[in-house]
Design a protein around this ligand. Structure first.
Ligand code: HEC
Ligand SMILES: [Cu+2]
Length: 354
């Protein structure tokens, strides 16, 4: 019965639609909670610290409710007043057995609840010493997760079967990090750091939400939690953060040039493809559709990538996709640094900027 109820309509594990994190995931964000009756299936080692007391209190409460309402209805009918002048009969003055029962039974039940609750509390309070540390920040109702290697991500990526400690602090308002499948919820406060920890037991994608009404953007204040197999996690770390540690910023830019498929439309050797070649782009004078002449500086390149339609190069179709929201700021910066290295005639540049 309990199992059955626990499993009705629970779909915590959501399909991210094959997108990598940061992609267009909005369509799936509501689905997992539409039909869940109680909580999604637990996927952490200490989820039972929450589930056991919760289920205990829920079912004891439900049974007590039914018992009281049942007895009340039964007595209401059985001992109803049958004629207008009927007088109540005197009831027994004292029933020691009954009084003993209604004192001892609840006492035992409540002490049980205290015991499991307290043990669970100790469990979630005590962070294992080998936990990996990730710091959690909030700005403008957006979660950000900073990994040990300095990488900052908008999704929480963790390895399976490894304790993870979250150290959390927010911007100016109060938020609360809630990951229902982990049975984890902790307030995130300004000017005071809070901690939480978990050890995920099942690879998959889960939702992290904000459980405090934090302002107009509250409904959009959520993030993906991705639990990886250990090797997959290392691969992710390498791909996400490792590059910046291992390579110079120009080299990272070169990687991003292909990762963000700039290379399909822009050549490096001066050949015209769908878009102008990147050869010598930095500091180049460009004529825009409409006749405006512009010198390609850092701001122009940045704007061209984030919002290409705002300034279209003369003689080219407005065919470039907007990268706004797709590319991370430091990745774009890396591309710019890389483009700076593609100068055709460095000497000419110096002449132009005396
Ligand atoms: C689908 C093809 C396509 C892709 C992919 C693409 N671009 Fe473009 N890009 C264009 C076209 C076409 C233009 C010229 C029209 C315009 O300015 O929008 C252009 C223009 C530009 C310009 C201005 C060039 C100049 O000479 O002033 C920059 C800078 C630029 N792209 C950077 C990038 C970067 C960086 C990437 C990868 C992150 C990228 N583009 C990906 C098609 C593309
Ligand atoms: Cu919030």
């Amino acid at each position: 019965m309990l199992e059955l109820l626990l499993n009705v309509g629970m779909l915590a594990q959501v399909d991210a639609g094959g997108e990598e994190s940061g992609g267009d995931l909005v369509t799936t964000q509501i689905a997992p909670f539409e039909s869940s009756l109680l909580l999604p299936p637990p996927v952490t080692t200490n989820a039972s610290s929450t589930d056991v007391p919760f289920q205990f209190a829920l079912w004891i409460g439900a049974a007590t409710l039914l018992l009281i309402i049942g007895v009340m209805l039964y007595f209401g009918i059985r001992y109803r007043r049958r004629s207008p002048d009927q007088k109540p009969r005197q009831s027994a003055a004292n029933d020691v057995v009954l009084q003993f029962a209604w004192t001892v039974i609840p006492f035992v039940l409540f002490m049980d609840l205290f015991y499991v609750g307290f043990r669970g509390f100790m469990d979630v309070s005590h962070v294992p010493s080998n936990a990996m540390e990730i710091s959690v920040g909030v700005a403008d109702s957006k979660w950000s997760f900073t990994y040990p290697d300095g990488h900052i991500d908008e999704a929480l990526h963790v390895p399976v079967n490894k304790p993870v400690k979250l150290t959390m602090e927010s911007d100016e308002s109060i938020h609360s990090l809630s990951i229902p499948a982990f049975r984890l919820k902790r307030d995130v406060l300004p000017d005071k750091s809070t901690t939480a920890w978990f050890e995920a037991t099942q690879p998959g994608e889960y939702l992290a939400m904000c459980a405090r009404y934090c302002g107009a953007a509250h409904s959009g204040h959520w993030a993906w939690v991705v639990v990886h197999e250990q090797d997959e996690f290392e691969a992710w770390q390498e791909q996400a953060g490792g590059l910046f540690n291992r390579l110079s910023i120009e080299e990272v830019g070169e990687v991003m040039y292909t990762r963000y498929i700039c290379n399909t439309c822009h050549s490096l050797d001066g050949t015209k493809k769908v878009g102008p070649s990147f050869k010598g782009i930095f500091g180049r004078e460009t004529t825009l559709t409409g006749g405006l002449k512009i010198t390609a500086d850092e701001k122009y390149i940045r704007d061209s990538v984030l919002d290409p339609q705002a300034a279209v190069v003369e003689g080219y179709p407005p065919a470039m996709p907007a990268y706004k929201g797709q590319i991370k700021d430091r990745e774009l910066q890396a591309i710019i640094e890389y483009l700076k290295t593609l100068q055709q005639h460095p000497a000419l540049l110096i002449c132009r900027f005396p």
